[in-house]
Design a binder for this molecule. Structure first.
Ligand SMILES: [Zn+2]
Length: 326
């Protein structure tokens, strides 16, 4: 097999991509930085499938904080997590069939002081104490009551005091504005219930990070089209985009999701941007240590073929890959 052209590979996939081979098997392919799925629910998936299928790190955005705190720190996927959803009394996802009681906390008091029953500060403290590296809030106006401005602002203030970003599930009228007005740092889903207006989009791109989840709207083409159009506009406005799939929502095999990558390309992301969205270490500062992504075979020639090709990605120890010298 001929070696692929490293210049063409870098042009298609960005400066971190290199032709290479596996030291033991000798198999040729392309070496890329380790990938993260920035939105999963581990209690709903078989996590053992993630690393063999290209995902070195995952961010759990809604699970039982006590269970998550008990996990061993080593092994793959490397995990960051939010712990429980913080939500309004009776708010999403309380009572959903996929959401056991342990994964939601109802905020009944906007106080930031520690130890207040049902207090914003109390619940942020609990997640932080369980090792959370991000705080998740539910702002789903389509599914019951939502946190008011004061409660949400209190959560954001407590989280930021602890150095933790806040990520929101935003759905329904006025929810993006509420998230922006209260300093929410990230969205768990690209907004899909409507097209975001220009002014709000500029504010979002300047202050927020969006997790893509474009490919979860299979049964709702209007939502899918809204999400792609919104992410395209967010990108145009200079926003930071993270690859995320909401894995556990619906029935998909663990690993890199070709459908999500194809939707990112439809939203206008070039190859280097797709790789950057996969390789971003958010909410941490550093990528998974000691591993790389390896995609066997020749790199594709065209952007439209990149998603399916990345579907063959796997996580390999750094010492097992050799970047070819040219
Ligand atoms: Zn989710």
């Amino acid at each position: 097999m001929t070696h692929a052209d490293p210049f063409a590979i870098r042009e298609l996939l960005g400066p971190a991509a290199a032709p290479g081979h596996r030291a033991l098997a000798g198999e040729h392919g392309v070496v890329l930085p380790p990938f993260t799925d920035h939105h999963v629910h581990l209690h709903l998936i078989d996590e053992h499938g993630l690393a063999p299928h290209g995902i070195a790190s995952a961010v759990d955005l809604g699970g039982d904080p006590v269970e998550l705190a008990r996990r061993p720190r080593e092994g793959f996927p490397r995990l960051s997590y939010a712990g429980a959803f913080l939500t309004a009394p009776g708010g999403y996802p309380v009572g959903r069939p996929w959401a056991p009681a342990a994964i939601a906390r109802e905020v009944t008091d906007a106080q930031t002081a520690p130890g207040v029953p049902g207090g914003a500060g109390t619940w942020v403290d609990e997640q932080a104490g369980c090792g959370a590296s991000v705080i998740k809030v539910a702002l789903n106006a389509a599914a019951g009551p939502v946190l008011d401005h004061d409660a949400l602002a209190a959560i954001v203030s407590c989280a930021h005091e602890r150095g933790l970003p806040v990520v929101a599930h935003v759905e329904g009228d006025g929810m993006l504005r509420l998230a922006l007005d209260t300093g929410v740092d990230a969205l768990a889903h690209t907004p899909f219930t409507q097209r975001v207006g220009l002014r709000l989009m500029a504010r979002a791109a300047a202050s927020q990070t969006w997790i893509s989840t474009l490919d979860i709207h299979g049964s709702d083409p209007e939502a899918a089209a809204n999400a792609v159009a919104n992410l395209a506009a967010f990108r145009e406005a200079g926003g930071r985009i993270l690859y995320g799939t909401d894995l556990g929502n619906g029935d998909r095999p663990a690993g890199v999701q070709v459908g999500e990558l194809a939707a990112l390309v439809r939203a206008g992301l070039g190859g280097p941007e797709v790789i950057a969205a996969l390789a971003d270490p958010w909410p941490g500062a550093d990528p998974a240590h000691g591993v790389a992504t390896f995609v066997p075979g020749e790199a594709p020639a065209a952007l439209e073929d990149v998603p399916a090709w990345l579907g063959g990605a796997t996580v390999v120890p750094e010492e097992e890959v050799v970047r070819d010298e040219h």
